[in-house]
Design a protein around this ligand. Structure first.
Ligand SMILES: *Cc1c(COP(=O)(O)O)cnc(C)c1O
Length: 379
């Protein structure tokens, strides 16, 4: 079976992990900070905080932004559940902004309209860089500035991508950026996530929240420190720590990110060419954005039965996928008051979307067999 995505773990990656396992500290040792520094340097930001998953990263970013009961947060309906679930964790109400019909990213024009007509401006705005393609961050940041929202980029798909010549994660048009290191994502730590920011105040909050709200810094304590063993809890935090084992894998993978991204881009360009005469449309990629090519998604023409295509690809040993079922149509979200028809572009896109296999280890031969199987089914 050719999967739609998979990790690429090298002998060097394994050696990096083994080295940690043979040492004294397998969590809260030096690797986490090294991984954080390496990602921060790659993205050109001063601060990065590693956590146990992308979902944990979103949760902490939202809390650091002050999201709480009575607030709303807006994101794209074309995303993984985590982007809006983490708002619910904070006791806030999620809401959605419909997508652009070509890029399938949160549409700044829809955002502008929604801001004009809303009763309550959102506390946070969470653009999702779908399939690795950055949203139009200049337009989104401009609108966020007008309504006072904190901007948090859900860049779970987009490490390695660029927007207007800066790496995604540079946080020029946002307050924070979140990455995921799940095995199908651009690089993996097994599980893991990271929050990047330029703001020292957010960085401090994130560090506290990651580990129970505990501090060992006398400057942050009320009253005197009672000795070197002493710590205080000054906020309610979590155990969202990443292990050194995971950080070693993540840091080793980061050294291969350039190769991964180039390979993904080459395979995506090849798909573009090989599929050009078929009744489908790939994701529109604006010139100012360099996608990380996390997913290769096509929209099949209206007349095609997507379910049949998916099933027949499966029989041919090809694992396609569908990204995403619009979050607001999920039973849990309907029970919160959302309903089908509310975000029609995301829903129409979903009806015809199909994700084809794309990962660094996909061979050209495998790609040709994906394309010929698809061609056979569509013709
Ligand atoms: C993967 C993903 C997440 C969650 O990341 P985990 O590391 O799996 O918790 C959040 N948002 C999007 C868009 C994702 O694809």
């Amino acid at each position: 079976m050719i999967p739609y995505g998979r990790q690429d773990v090298s002998e060097e990656d394994i050696a990096a992990v083994s080295q940690v396992l043979r040492g004294d500290l397998i969590t809260q040792g030096p690797m986490v900070e090294r991984f954080e520094s390496a990602i921060a340097a790659y993205c050109g930001v001063p601060y990065a905080v590693a956590v146990s998953s992308g979902t944990a990263a979103l949760h902490l970013a939202y809390l650091a932004a002050g999201l709480g009961p009575g607030d709303t947060g807006w994101t794209s309906p074309n995303t993984f559940l985590a982007s809006s679930n983490a708002m619910l964790y904070c006791g806030a109400r999620p809401d959605f902004v419909d997508i652009d019909p070509g890029t399938w990213n949160l549409d700044p024009q829809a955002l502008e309209q929604k801001l004009k007509h809303c009763a309550q401006a959102p506390r946070i705005l969470v653009p999702v860089h779908f399939a690795g393609l950055s949203c139009d961050m200049e337009a989104i940041a401009e609108l966020a500035g007008q309504c006072g929202a904190t901007v948090i980029e859900d860049a779970s798909h987009a490490l390695g991508g660029r927007y207007r010549d800066l790496p995604v994660g540079a946080c020029i048009h946002s307050d924070m950026t979140v990455f995921s290191f799940h095995p199908v994502k651009p690089i993996t730590a097994g599980e893991g996530g990271m929050i990047l920011t330029r703001r020292a105040d957010l960085h401090e909050k994130l560090l506290l929240l990651r580990s129970h709200g505990m501090t060992r810094d006398p400057a942050k304590m009320t009253g005197e420190s009672e000795g070197l063993w002493y710590y205080q809890q000054v906020a309610l935090g979590f155990n969202y720590r990443l292990t050194d084992i995971q950080a070693a894998l993540g840091k080793s993978q980061l050294q291969r990110l350039g190769d991964f991204t180039r390979r993904r881009a080459a395979l995506a360009a090849r798909y573009d060419a090989l599929l050009a005469d078929l009744p489908l449309t790939p994701q529109q990629r604006p010139a100012e954005v360099m996608s990380a090519h996390h997913l290769y998604v096509v929209r099949l023409d209206e007349a095609i039965d997507r379910r049949r295509v998916y099933d027949e690809l499966r029989v041919a040993g090809i694992g396609s996928a569908v990204h995403y079922i619009p979050v607001h149509t999920q039973p849990y979200y309907r029970q919160l008051g959302f309903y089908p028809g509310q975000f029609p572009r995301a829903e129409a896109y979903y009806q015809h979307a199909l994700t084809l296999p794309l990962y660094p280890g996909l061979t050209e031969q495998e790609q040709v067999s994906v394309v010929s199987a698809l061609r056979g089914i569509l013709q």
